[in-house]
Write a protein that binds this ligand. Structure first.
Ligand code: ADP
Ligand code: DAR
Length: 344
């Protein structure tokens, strides 16, 4: 299929616009991975959504090698991670220094730490077919329902779930929203809601999303600011799941994910935190966030707004840092943000 170099708008800010040169386009435009995934598919989200920050998605593990001339500079810029760098994992809660305190409890509404994972030897979401997605749902939900103790719970397929139950789970911050336009253009919403669902324990402190942006989003969350407890539960859960589900992993890029921003640990450790005064001094807020490798989001997920002076604060780095470092980034940044809020 012949197609032209995309006519990017002058306002385009994405890393796709920055790094897809006509030369790279010409070199890659006819290439296909063994799953038939093309450059056109990899860049479509950023072409259709000029307000993308990144704009590209991988369709399988091979995409990162086949389209490396485009993916490598994007990975380098987002993560500060070079082609010769090696990712190191450390999920040991004993190496985290994150004591909770009455001050943390005063400001932190809730804590959530998640990792993305994809099943080994299968395409990623943008290139997976209906049968493979169904296989993931069956195998992963079966493995999850075999978990015991605190992790024990039930799988709820999205197909057949009442709108009331679905909307309540989303409102309670437990469930993903229906795929947004970025995921739509990446092919991640195909056959929606087939193969999608949520597993959670009875306390809803351990949850797993199946076949959203990644094939698994393994989540530990609870009210309050006990970051150590949330991390310890997640570490235990991932270790238990890994006994029966093989994850797609590479020495260089760590755990492989459809979006390059989630490579490596694929971890986002976040707090919903009350910072109303800092919210009126965004210059200072953003300076502290940048200094501590933090990302500021709204409280209803990515691309949402904050409400009532409450912000979603999380680590920005995921690759080239360990799981412990991701959480340490967030914890140390939260301590600095609280000190700044108290000084205002
Ligand atoms: P991710 O990409 O990490 O899955 P999103 O930003 O899309 O996260 O958020 C997914 C859901 O998780 C949203 O409903 C969001 O409100 C909720 N969420 C994220 N962080 C927290 C937190 N610290 N406490 C409570 N809910 C959270
Ligand atoms: N649509 C992507 C989002 C990048 C990071 N967020 C993810 N992967 N959910 C963009 O380029 O904006």
């Amino acid at each position: 299929m012949h197609y032209q170099f995309p006519a990017f708008e002058k306002t385009c800010q994405s890393l796709l616009c920055k790094y897809l040169t006509p030369e790279i386009f010409e070199a890659l435009k006819e290439k296909k991975t063994s799953h038939g995934y093309t450059l056109h598919q990899a860049i479509n989200s950023g072409v259709q959504n000029p307000d993308s920050s990144i704009g590209v998605y991988a369709g399988d593990a091979e995409s990162y090698a086949l389209f490396a001339p485009l993916f490598d500079p994007i990975i380098q810029e987002y993560h500060g991670f070079g082609v010769d760098d090696i990712h190191q994992s450390n999920f040991n809660p004993n190496d985290l220094h994150a004591p909770s305190s009455s001050t943390m409890e005063e400001y932190i509404v809730s804590t959530r730490i998640r990792v993305g994972r994809n099943v080994d030897n299968l395409p990623l979401g943008p290139a997976i077919n209906q049968a493979q997605r169904h296989e993931v749902e069956m195998n992963v939900s079966r493995a999850l329902e075999a978990l015991e103790g605190e992790l024990g719970g039930t799988y709820f397929p999205l197909q057949g779930m009442s709108e009331t139950d679905r909307n309540q789970l989303i409102a309670d911050h437990f469930l993903f929203k229906a795929g947004d336009r970025f995921l739509e253009a990446a092919g991640l919403n195909r056959d929606w809601p087939q193969g999608r669902g949520i597993f959670h324990n009875n306390a809803k402190t351990f949850l797993v999303w199946i076949n959203e942006e990644d094939q698994l989003r393994i989540i530990s969350m609870q009210q309050g600011g006990d970051i150590q407890a949330v991390f310890t539960r997640l570490s235990h859960a991932v270790r238990e799941i890994e006994k029966s589900v093989g994850f797609s992993y590479s020495e260089h890029l760590g755990y492989l994910t459809s979006c390059p921003t989630n490579l490596g640990t694929a971890m986002r450790a976040s707090v919903h935190i009350k910072l109303p005064k800092l919210g009126h001094d965004m210059k200072r807020f953003e300076a502290i966030a940048s200094q501590h490798h933090l990302q500021i989001r709204g409280i209803h997920g990515e691309h949402s707004e904050s409400e009532g002076g409450i912000y979603d604060i999380s680590n920005r780095r995921r690759l080239g840092v360990s799981e412990v470092q991701c959480v340490q980034d967030m914890y140390d940044g939260v301590v600095a943000l609280i000190a700044a809020e108290q000084s205002l």
